[in-house]
Design a protein around this ligand. Structure first.
Ligand code: GLP
Length: 240
């Protein structure tokens, strides 16, 4: 795993945006795997800036998002659909039909997950996947457990995640207890992966991630089995 340690969040956001931009320029009809959470917001801001300056074109880019709460409608302001529209899609020229986010109200979640998985393959696979990391090491919503799932699936959120994500909701009881998420295999099939981590709260899981080992107690460590992963973090996440 390549590691880039930055002094500030702004620097981290620029490093991540540069890698994304290089991929988009190299393959203007490529497939981006995108993430939510607070960490990638700065990177999205930089990409929007580059687009506005005419440096980037998203006209033929396809996107697949990692996860979505379940059950939650796309127009709910806590949904990841809503987040992505607000933070990125509404400000660039990506085509509506090229945006793929799991349907948080899918009547048949199993079929929704299967179709999503197929669609990624039909589009030639993900060229670059952006990841954040949960305080417990989750990527997407692949939570620490005895078993991890390979494919896109419906999952229960852990107490830790519900608590950590409650900051975006009015009260903790409003946080959905389930989510649809790409599986570990879906993520690991991506050709290139960048994982972003910012702040002291991520230090424990980041220090495990940079060890040459894999454990289901910290799902992000599975990235150590991938040939092209870059961790971009700030000093606090790296050093504690
Ligand atoms: C959520 C998302 C993850 C994200 C995590 C970290 O749980 N499902 O994909 O990585 O939040 O969020 P933050 O970047 O706000 O710490």
């Amino acid at each position: 795993m390549k590691v880039i340690v930055c002094n500030t969040y702004d620097e981290l956001s620029m490093e991540a945006a540069k890698i994304m931009a290089a991929t988009i320029k190299e393959k203007p009809d490529g497939v981006l795997g995108l993430a939510t959470g607070s960490t990638p917001i700065g990177m999205y801001d930089n990409l929007i800036e580059m687009y506005k300056k005419g440096e980037l074109d998203f006209g033929n880019i396809k996107t697949f998002n990692l996860d979505e709460y379940y059950p939650l409608s796309a127009d709910n302001d806590q949904s990841y659909h809503y987040f992505m529209n607000k933070q990125l899609f509404s400000q660039i020229n990506v085509k509506e039909e090229n945006i793929h986010i799991l349907d948080g109200l899918a009547e048949n979640p199993e079929k929704e997950c299967e179709d999503f998985e197929k669609l990624i393959d039909e589009n030639g696979g993900i060229d670059i996947q952006v990841l954040g990391i949960g305080q417990n090491g989750h990527i997407g919503f692949n939570e620490p457990d005895e078993k991890l799932y390979a494919n896109t699936h419906l999952t229960d959120l852990t107490e830790n995640t519900i608590k950590a994500n409650s900051r975006f909701f009015e009260k903790e009881s409003d946080v959905p207890t389930k989510a649809l998420t790409m599986g570990m295999g879906t993520i690991l099939k991506s050709k290139k992966i960048i994982i972003l981590a910012n702040g002291k709260a991520k230090h424990k899981v980041v220090s495990e991630l940079v060890q040459p080992m894999i454990t289901t107690n910290n799902p992000a460590t599975f990235l150590n089995a991938h040939a092209d992963v870059t961790l971009i973090c700030d000093k606090e996440a790296f050093e504690g």
